[in-house]
Write a protein that binds this ligand. Sequence first.
Ligand code: UT7
Length: 330
Amino acid sequence: MSQKLKAAITSVGGYVPETKLTNFDLEKLVDTNDEWIRSRTGISERRILREPGKASSDMAVKAIEEILRKKNLDPLDIDCIICATVTPDMVFPATANIIGDKIGAKNAFGFDLGAACSGFLFALTTGASFVEAGRYKKVIVVGVDKMSSIVDYTDRATCIIFGDGAGAVLLEPSADENGFQDAILKSDGSGRAYLHLKAGGSLKPASVETVMAREHYAFQDGQPVFKFAVTGMADVSAELLEKHNLTGDDIAWLVPHQANLRIIDATANRVGLPKEKVMINIEKYGNTTAATIPLCLWEWESQLKKGDNLILAAFGGGFTWGAAWVKWAY
Ligand code: UT7
C-alpha cells in the first residue's frame, strides 16, 4: 500500500515590531498595574507597529522574506499563500493578495482565513491538505495581526492583552513520514457574544454613531472566554493525544496559543507536560492572535529536532479551537 503523502513544515519566519508597550506604559493609559497584568495574564510587554502607513501585510512580508532568504526560495515558485488574520489591511481584497504582490509571488493564488486566535491552526490544516492532496508543492501559511489597530487603549479589559506580530511557515511535500499528522478543529458560533468586533461589517456598517460608541474596537467579556478557553484548549489537546495513543512522554513540545499563562498551564497539565516542554513567550509579545503559534515555532526553531512530536493548540474568537500534531521535519 502506498503511504499517504505528508506535508512538512520546512522553514519558519517571524517578525515583531521594535516598539515595546510595557505594563508600565499601560499604567499611564488606564487604571491598571504591572502586578495585576503579570499575575492574571503572564504578560510584561507587547510589540506595537507604530509606523504610519504600515499594516498587517508589512509584518507578514517580513516574516515570509526570512523564509525566502533561509530557503533561497524564488517567490515565483510559491503556489499558494494563506493568510490567517482578523486585522486585514482592508476589508477586501484579501491581505494574502497584497502580500503576494509585495513579495513578488506572481504565480501564487491566495486568500485570507478568519478564525481569530485559531486562525494559524485552521490555515495550517488547510495548507497541509493542499500539499497532501498532491495539488500544490509550496504553500506559505502566515498568521499575522496588527491588534493595535482594533484595540481600545481606554479599555483596561482588552488593551493589556494584545500585541502585534507575524509568523509564517513554508509547507512542502515531506520526504519521509515527518510532517503534519492530524488535527482536530472545532467551532461554536454561539461564542460570538463574548468576543467580537461590533461594527464595520455588514451587520453594522461604519457610521458616525458606531465610531462615537467605540464599536470598531475588539470587545471581550474575559471571564466566560477564559472558562471556555481553559476547557476547550485542554480537552481538544487531550482528545488528539488519545486518538493517536500518545501520552505526554511522547511529546517534545506543546505549542500553545498565547492568550493567558493560566490557560497555557491548564493545557500543559491536562496533557501531562512539564513546563520545560511548553513554548511560552507571552511575557514578551502578549496575545498576537493569529501570530502566536508561528512566533513560538520561529523562536524555538533552533531547539527543534527532526522527528520531534509537537502539539499545537489554540482557542479564540468564534469560538474556534483545535489542536494539531506535527512531526518536525528538519
Ligand atoms: O485569545 C483569544 C481568547 N481570549 C482569551 O483566552 C482570554 C481569556 N480571558 C482572560 O484571559 C481573562 O479573563 C482576562 C485576563 C481578560 C481577565 O482576567 P480575569 O482574572 O478574568 O479578571 P476579571 O475580568 O474577572 O476581573 C477581576 C477584577 C475585576 O475587579 P472586581 O470586579 O473584582 O473589583 C476587574 O474590574 O480585576 C479588574 N480588572 C483589572 N484590574 C486591573 C480587569 N481588568 C483589569 C486591569 N487592571 N487591566
